[in-house]
Structure formats: structure tokens, C-alpha cells
Design a binder for this molecule. Sequence first.
Ligand code: FAD
Length: 794
Amino acid sequence: MAALAAFALKLFIAACGLAVVVFLVVQPTDKYDASTVPDSLALSDLEGRSVLQMVLTWGTVLAATLATLLLRRMSATGAAPAPRKAAQVKRALAWQLPPRAFFASWCGGLSLGEALLVLAWLALNGWWLGMLLQRNLGTALDSLGWQERVGKAGLSFGQLLAPNLALLFMPVPHTSLFPWLTGLSRNQLIRYHRWMGHGTMWILTAHAVLYYVYWATSKTAGGFWDNFSLWRDKSGVSNLAGSLAFFCGLALWGSALTWVRRHFYTVFFRTHIICFTGFFLLSCAHYSGCWIYFAPGLLLYAADLALRAGQLGNATTVTAATVEEHAAVATIQMKADKALALRPLQEVWLMVPSISRFQWHPFTVAGGSADGVLTLHVKRYGPFTKELLNGLRRRRPTTVRVAGPIGCETTADCQLLPSASWERQEVLVLFGGGVGVTALLSMLRAMAERRAAGETAGLPRRVYFVWAARALGEFKSLDAPLLDVAAQGGWLQLRLHHTVGQSTRSLDVAPLAPAMTARFSFVERSQQLSGDTEVGSARGSQSSPASKEVQLTKSDLGLERSSADGSTSSGSEGLSTARGPVGMPPRRRAVHPHREAGVSPYFWSLLRPLQPKSFGAVHLAAVYLLTYLGAFCAALLAASYASQNVQQWQAGMLYCGLLTAMALGLPFGLAVFPVHAARYVRAAAAARRGGPESQPELVAPFQDNVDEPLLLDRGTLRLRGSGAALPVQAGRPDFEGLLREVNEESPPSCGTIGVYVGGPKGLNTAVQLAVSSLNGRRGVADTYYELHREAVEL
Ligand SMILES: Cc1cc2nc3c(=O)[nH]c(=O)nc-3n(C[C@H](O)[C@H](O)[C@H](O)COP(=O)(O)OP(=O)(O)OC[C@H]3O[C@@H](n4cnc5c(N)ncnc54)[C@H](O)[C@@H]3O)c2cc1C
């Protein structure tokens, strides 16, 4: 019965998708124009044509979204494996086209499926353009001069923008039916958005340039400057607004180019927001009918923003942190609501008000414990991460706002993604490097935790983890239990590579100086100020410059450590104890003020555990319904204003403003803010009563596995106090050789080997090329290598 219902839902979603595509295909043809749409469809002042268009694009997208929610809710217990035929088609579509090295460096690789999509996009646009040219040039072709033909071609390119704008924003939202349905990662969807963005900008450029040529050359057009500066022409179209929208588009396009994005991320980010707003508003002022094409994708994004806005009002604080100086990596922990189902491969967005109120940075969830502790690894790169790490080293209590998690829109009772892809694999190979290793470590931790709890069903039988690091200290973010498992030759095989090129002998300096590693937790300010705790818990015995920076005292930190047997200790410590676990301060003194002035946009200053973005499938469905309802009401209102004989640019701007305000305002006001407010009030009451919810900022001691010290000794990574040790090899791994080796060691029944790569571009490309070379080579055993790229750059 459930299978039948799921099948019916899938059919329904496919029908919705087909309706959108058919409409977009037919829309530019003369089969669809005002005369063919019955007037009876008109609703108040909204024309029948607009109503039909809203039903066929907005309505279908909303219906498909709700159906997807239901489908995901039904299959929360885990997705069934794909049928053999479907798997074969998927593999064929994932085949990477040659020349692979060129495509990998140019656009991150091109699979057969992607090439077919690009061809389909080109074919559709070619067909639309043909239709539009036929319509605009019509029978008068022979009587038109070349300048007029150029003008008509410019008009046709302008009309061609409509279906492209309708598709452009679909992949952008974090929370939408596309990642849920396709299983594509956000990075992959953003990549397609970028490709469509390039296409749309070429069309926009053709539209503008052809008009400029027409104005400049045609005697009948009335001169370039007169046309260019015209705010309103005979038909009501605003040329100047159109040109300004075009310039906004150019700025968007230029700042989104990979080089600019990577080197000046802030410039890219701000330009994207400001110029997109200008582009949207001015496009609607140029031609008032634009709003209806922007809306389908943007409404999905509006639901996303409304959900995120609710979460942004929550402030929390870093409860524990370590800073690993050699590798310039910090491990930070925060308290999260238990309803927030934290999983491997999710990302969260972090904002630190003391650094900047405008910058949000993504980080991969490195660990999420069942009792709600979120762990992140942050590597020092540029200004933001540098300042964050410096603040942590100086033990500055760090208040943060966190949005997410993204990548699996869940709360504990609502699983909206199929079970993670790695859960389907019998054999996994993970290649990690730099900070990209975080995602892979979080997968390994999840597997280890489940195995430790006696669970083996759905877990890979064998996992190979190949870790390439430039700094030996990076290996220290490895958890001791993982090293232990690997050293015992269990389900996990670990290979460590030091890639800087020196032999590991020359790096036999380990163990790391204790003062190089600062580990501390923040406790309540009252305790810090009281100074009644003893001094010197983690004070390093060395006087290197680094050690000076991280000398920690209990009086200024409010920090106590517990020894292995759980008793607390204090006083000046040497190497072996400087990294001991941080203990909980005595409960009776844990009266945190809970308040941090000015950290919240809604003047909410209560520090509390991170809250979920949405509160279950029904809540999400309500947010989507209200977003579309808000947009629909806005369209009705704006249409009634537009019918009062106002100018086109005024009507366009009103559509634009009302749609934005109501599509964001209605879901936020009715479904998002109230649930966050209710939780806030509950947390505030608990804080007054002094209940458990009132102490999110209490010291969260590191889990034992994080605390257990690893040391690097003569080219070997050792687990202190145990015989467990692994050699660190010098130089880069041989990716292809390794994958072959894994294939030879795998059982013959293993048809697919999951390959995950998380690391810098060079590592990603090398693994991608190795995988596509093996998959594309005939004669290599039947095994298929299924590649998943966990990118850490947008
Ligand atoms: C999905 C994802 C997951 C990530 N996970 C981690 C992680 O677990 N640990 C970690 O240390 N780093 C992670 N990163 C990278 C991290 O976001 C950047 O290192 C950080 O934002 C750099 O900011 P900065 O000002 O210190 O450096 P900058 O010098 O300003 O930037 C360095 C690079 O980081 C990227 N970047 C900068 N700001 C942003 C931003 N707001 N959003 C997206 N990218 C940005 C740009 O590509 C830029 O070239 C992740 C990135 C992504 C996209």
C-alpha cells in the first residue's frame, strides 16, 4: 500500500514537472497568446493569461514541493536500493566526457548527463528563438531594413529571457524539492545555477547590444542617446530601467567569475545581493510582466529565507575550543537543541557578531552528539577565520549565530533526504586533504559511533581513508578511537600522507609542544570575575612566543581540568597534562548571565542552544503554502493597482515590492516567528527558574575521543598510552593505484565502490580523473567507482 502511494506521488511530481516544461516550451510560440487564453480565467484584475501562467508554474512547483515533503516523510525509514536498470542508466549518465583534464580544470568536469542537459538547453533556446523571430519578424520581413531586423532580433532575445529566468533560480534554495528529489548536493546545484546564469547573461547581452545597435544605426529609431535615456517609451517600456538592469546583471556576472569569487569573496557576495536586487527591481520597471517569470524559483528561495530568518535571531556561544597552532585549525563546540538532527556532510553557516554582522561563513558539521553538541573544525585562511582563531586563542568568550544545518533539512522527527549515500555502499574509499577532511571525519565518526553501539546494518563493511596533509599537525584532529580501530586492522584502513615533500624523518620533532595547543572552555562570567578558582590549569611550561599567547589561568578562564579518573586538578602543568580533558565547573556556581548585549537582530539576547530551522514536515508545508499564498495575494493587490491606469514601470516596481514583502512576510509572521518566539519564551522562563535549558553556555567538556592525545613520533602517529600507531608516508598518494588495490581486495560481489573526496581543488581533480579513467576503461573488472565530491569552496 505504502509502495503504491509512493509510486502515485512520484507520478504526480513527474506530471507537475512535465506541466512546467510543456508550458515553458509552448509559451514563446503563437499557440499561446492572449487571444487563446479564455477570459473566464481572469481573477479580479489579474488577466486570464497571468492566472493560467501562475497555475502552471507557481501552482505546479508548490504542488510538487508538498508532494515531495509527503514522499520524504513516508520514506523516512530509508530508501530502497535503486533497480539494476536505473543504476545502469545513472552510471552511463555519470560517464565523464573526454578530454577530461580540460573539462575538469574548465568547469569541474562534464558528465554525459550534464552534456545532454546543456544540449537540451541549447536546443530549447534555439527553438524558442526561432519561434520568436518568426513571430516578431512575421510576414513583414522583406519590407524591413537590416536595422529594423536587428531591433526585432533584440526584442526576440528579450522575450527569450522569460523561460530562462523561470529556470535560473530553481537550483538556488537550500531547502527545496530539487535536492530532496535528485539527491544532488547544494554545491552541484549551485554549479548548474552558475551555468544557467552564464547562458542567461549571454541572452541578456544579446538583447541589450542588438537594441543599442538598432538605436545607433536606424534613422527611424530616433537616435541612440534619446532611446537610451528614455524612461518610458510609447508602449510603456522603460529603456533606461532596462539598461540599468543590464548593468546590474553585468556586475553580477563579473563578480561571480571563479577568479573574483575565490580571491574577493566578500566583493562577490555583496555584489550578488545588491546587484540582484537592482536587477529584479529594474527588470520589472523595464517591463512590468517580468515578475511572473522571476517568481517560481524565487518563491522557493523566499520560503528558505523566511525559515532562515527565524533561526538568525538565535544567539549561542562557543562552549569549548581547541586551537592547533601547527595546523592552524581550531575545533569548536556549541550546544544545539536536541531536536536538531545533526548528521555527517551537513553544513552550518556561522556569523560572529564581534567580527562582522554581515559575514556568514559555511563550515561542515564535524560531529554532532546525541545530547546536542555541535563540533566544527575551522582552518585559518583569511580575515574571518584568522580573527576567529585569534579570539579563541585569547579565550575571548565567542558569541555566534548559526544558520542551518543545510544539506539535509531535518529535525529529529522529519527526515527529508534519503538515507545518506555512503550507507548504501559495501566498500568506501575516502580521500581527504586540508580542511575538506572535516566532512570525511564526520562520516567516519558516525560510522564508528554506530558500530560501537553494535549496529552494522546499512554500514559499509570496509572503509579506506586516505589523508593527505601539508602539516603533520593536521593529523591530530583524528579521533583516538578511529586510530585505534585502524591500527587493529578492523573495518577501517587509514593511510596518512605528508605531502610537503620532505621525508618524514626530517619532521621527527613530535610530540607537539604542549603550549602550541590551547584547549579551553568558557564558563560563566560571574565565575571568571570572582577569581575564586585556582590558577594555572593549562599554563605551558615553555616560553616560546606561541606559548606566551596561550598561557591560560583558571582565574581568567574559569577553567578546571579533570584527570583520567575524573578528579579535578589544578596548578602549573607540564606536557603530559596540558591536554587533559576539561572538566565541568561545579554546578552550584554555574549562574551564567545568559545575556549578551546586541547579539541578536530581534533584540533577543538570551544565549541558548542552537535552534532548528524548521520544526517538522507539517511546519515546512505550512511555510511553503504561506509563501505562495502571500505571493498570490500580492499579485492580486498589485494587479488591482496596475489596472488604475498607472505607468508600466510603477506597476512593475509595485509587483516586485509587494511580492517580496508578502512572500517573505506572511510565512515569517504566521509560521516562523511564532514558533521561535514560543521557544524563546520557554527558554527565558527556564533561565529564570534555573532549569537545565538555562545553561547552554556551561562548559561542555570535550568528548573523551577528542581529548585523548595523539602524538607524532618519528614519522608515526601514535596513540598515547596505547600501542596503536600508524606510519605517515611522505609524498602524494597514487590515487589510481590505490583504487585498483581496493578493488582487488574487495569481495567479488561488490559491484560499486563509493569514492568520497573532500579537499583542495588539486586533490579533487586528481581523484576525479583517476575515477573517470578507471570507470571509462574497458576490461577493468565490473566494479563501478561512484564519485562524490565534498567541496569546501563555493
Ligand atoms: C560547503 C562548505 C563547507 C566548508 N567547510 C569548512 C570546514 O569545515 N572548515 C573550514 O575551515 N572551512 C570550511 N569551508 C571553507 C570556509 O567557509 C572558508 O574557509 C571561510 O569562509 C574563509 O573565510 P576567510 O575570511 O577566513 O577567508 P577568505 O580569504 O576571505 O576566503 C578564503 C576562501 O574561502 C571561501 N569563502 C570565503 N568566505 C566565504 C563565505 N562567506 N562563504 C563561502 N565561501 C567563502 C572563498 O572561496 C575564498 O576564496 C567550507 C566551505 C564550504 C563552501
